[in-house]
Ligand binder design. Sequence first.
Ligand SMILES: Cc1cc2nc3c(=O)[nH]c(=O)nc-3n(C[C@H](O)[C@H](O)[C@H](O)COP(=O)(O)OP(=O)(O)OC[C@H]3O[C@@H](n4cnc5c(N)ncnc54)[C@H](O)[C@@H]3O)c2cc1C
Length: 376
Amino acid sequence: MKFDLDPEYLEYQHAARELAQSIEDIAFEADAMNEIHPGILSALQKSGISSMMVPARYGGLFEEIDPLAICVTREVFMGVSSHLDSLFALQGIGSYAITAAGSEEQRAKWLPAVAKAEILPALALTEPEAGSDLKAVTTKVTSDGDGLLLNGVKSFISNAGSAGFYLVFVRDDSGHSIVLVPADTEGVSITPTDELIAPHVLGDVTFDNVRLPKSAYVGEPGKGLDLVLATLSIFRVSVAGAAVGLAQAALEEAVRHTRMRKQFGRPLAKLGPVAHMLADSWTEIEMARLLTYRAASMAQSDPAKSIEYSSMAKLAASEMASRVVDRCVQMMGRFGLVKGSKIERLYRQARPMRIYEGSSEILRMGIARELTRIVP
Ligand SMILES: Cc1cc2nc3c(=O)[nH]c(=O)nc-3n(C[C@H](O)[C@H](O)[C@H](O)COP(=O)(O)OP(=O)(O)OC[C@H]3O[C@@H](n4cnc5c(N)ncnc54)[C@H](O)[C@@H]3O)c2cc1C
């Protein structure tokens, strides 16, 4: 058993660092935006890194999407810019159902452009009345002559307004399905969502009598939930990677501060309780990183079977990031509270990670269900 990343992953990490460093000057401005920052998008496009999100036969980097490579990349991105991290992550999350089950026509039309980040995708699951309880969605597809009719509202959809297409989770006669809706289809409209404490490119999407061909189904009708699960199997663990990166960045800020600043004649870092907070934070980050890399490696060989490990990694890392960044603010005293400082930004950005892509409570329920099933 070895615990170090293989050389190829160090290369992905290196490429991610180069890109992250190149946008560091605009990270603060981008992370405050509710719309796509053109400079970040263009840097991502030039880097070619979003090709990780699509299989090689459609212009991607790997034969099969590699969750560990995505994790390592998000870890680096999130430490510098949540805007960059989210833009990158969405290229996979918003298109994976097509990769997994789309028709040849859908794959050939959309995936090569997603690989180059020339088109941004979006995955529309959440509705005003349906969040964690996904099966309760009311957005509906009905038959309409030779085609389909789509009606409903999706809310808090990342990339809304900038996406080239929406993968929409709907209810229909066969249960739950996913349909692909090009953004310029008549009847699709976007309204901005309320601004979050950590700004994010988000919008609500209304589908008002949207007419679609029957070929808009991604995979078989009735298999929508399976496709959502398949997406989570690959990408949930990458949120853990991002959370580890955020915590690491926060800790480095706290280390730099507490090494320099003296109180009672000594650097803060040498004062017992502060030293303990530093040590606990480093220890917790390392624990979460190990679990994250392990879960990502498992997701690479058998995504569906390892979903509970991905859930554990996401739960552990996102809860850890909140604890660590809170401690870092504490160690930095009043300087940790300054609006516009990096630590303040990280503090706000840690919070949503415990809510999206499976809230901590929902994850715990799934993990406990699996545990009670497998123990003889
Ligand atoms: C930054 C951001 C980006 C997002 N992007 C997208 C996107 O691209 N696409 C998309 O579809 N959605 C997106 N969402 C929405 C996100 O998926 C939902 O917020 C999430 O599913 C939780 O749903 P909710 O907010 O409605 O909370 P609710 O489901 O109302 O839950 C509220 C609280 O109750 C708890 N709870 C709920 N049910 C149970 C239960 N059975 N047992 C115990 N506790 C429970 C939850 O854990 C939570 O703490 C995004 C959200 C954010 C914040």
